[in-house]
Design a binder for this molecule. Structure first.
Ligand code: IPE
Ligand code: IPE
Ligand code: MG
Length: 247
């Protein structure tokens, strides 16, 4: 069953000229959103998924080149099995409802360790990555069974294997070598990292790629993080002085 889309309009008149090339979203607060309404947590995930669709469409329409969403972390397996199952079911529905993105020439990239995910989900992810590899209007990165430390460990293993094989010398390893072994290798670093729900932490999301990101935190819960809320974040971002260590 297709997830119902929430059609929204918002004025783009106030959008700043300088937009981030890469926005990272930590989609947090779904559980609290549902609990506040006396509903089971899974309803919050469903509502959060609708919002994710809407913001993806919005980012595509305003010309953001790269967006990353934290969908499921390597730590989220600790949750009750019923909740993990509900999230996997939603994910399966979502993966079968991506035609719109392909029509919009969006490239889909799944970041994280696919091997622990149900087989049908892994297979569908690979199909979507292959079907959309030719598109370049926007890169949509979905972090599923993703952890920043796990990603860096994985990169270290690959680099160590090259050193062992004699194709790479230890003193040839640069920061770029590491970047090129991350799941995000085709995508620039994060410019703007957005976390709703009032928590002030990264929770292991894109820890390497956010080294010089601008952070935007808000108490709004993810299902309520609307296009208007994103516009506010974009305005705030445009006012930040990014120096990257310079003056
Ligand atoms: C984020 O919302 C979604 C996932 C981690 C899958 P939460 O489920 O963490 O919601 P809260 O933080 O408990 O409200
Ligand atoms: C981060 O949210 C993970 C995702 C949004 C997928 P969590 O709710 O799992 O993070 P913590 O536990 O508050 O750090
Ligand atoms: Mg949370």
């Amino acid at each position: 069953m297709a997830l119902p889309f929430r059609k929204k309009t918002v004025s783009t008149d106030t959008l700043p000229e300088q937009l981030p090339k890469h926005i990272g979203f930590i989609m947090d607060g779904n559980g609290r959103w549902a609990t506040k309404r006396g509903m089971p947590r899974k309803f919050g995930h469903r509502e959060g998924a609708k919002n994710f669709h809407d913001l993806t469409r919005y980012c595509r329409s305003i010309g953001i080149q790269n967006i990353s969403f934290y969908v499921f972390s390597t730590e989220n397996w600790k949750r009750p099995q019923e909740e993990v199952d509900a999230i996997m079911d939603l994910l399966w529905q979502y993966l079968n409802d991506c035609d719109e993105y392909l029509e919009q020439e969006v490239r889909m990239i799944f970041i994280g360790d696919k091997s622990r995910l149900p087989e049908r989900i892994q297979k569908r992810m690979l199909e979507l990555e292959a079907d959309s590899a030719k598109y370049n209007k926007m890169n949509l990165l979905l972090a599923i069974n993703y952890g920043g430390r796990d990603e860096i460990k994985h990169a270290a293993q690959e680099i160590a294997a090259e050193v062992k094989a004699g194709t790479l010398q230890p003193d040839q390893i640069t920061e770029d070598t590491i970047s090129q072994h991350l799941y995000t290798k085709d995508v620039p670093d994060v410019d703007l990292l957005i976390r709703p729900s009032g928590e002030l932490r990264l929770s292991n999301f894109l820890i390497w790629q956010c080294a010089y990101a601008e952070y935007y935190f808000t108490n709004v819960l993810w299902p309520d993080f609307s296009r208007e809320e994103l516009n506010k974040a974009l305005v705030e971002y445009s006012k930040r002085g990014r120096r990257f260590g310079g003056v």
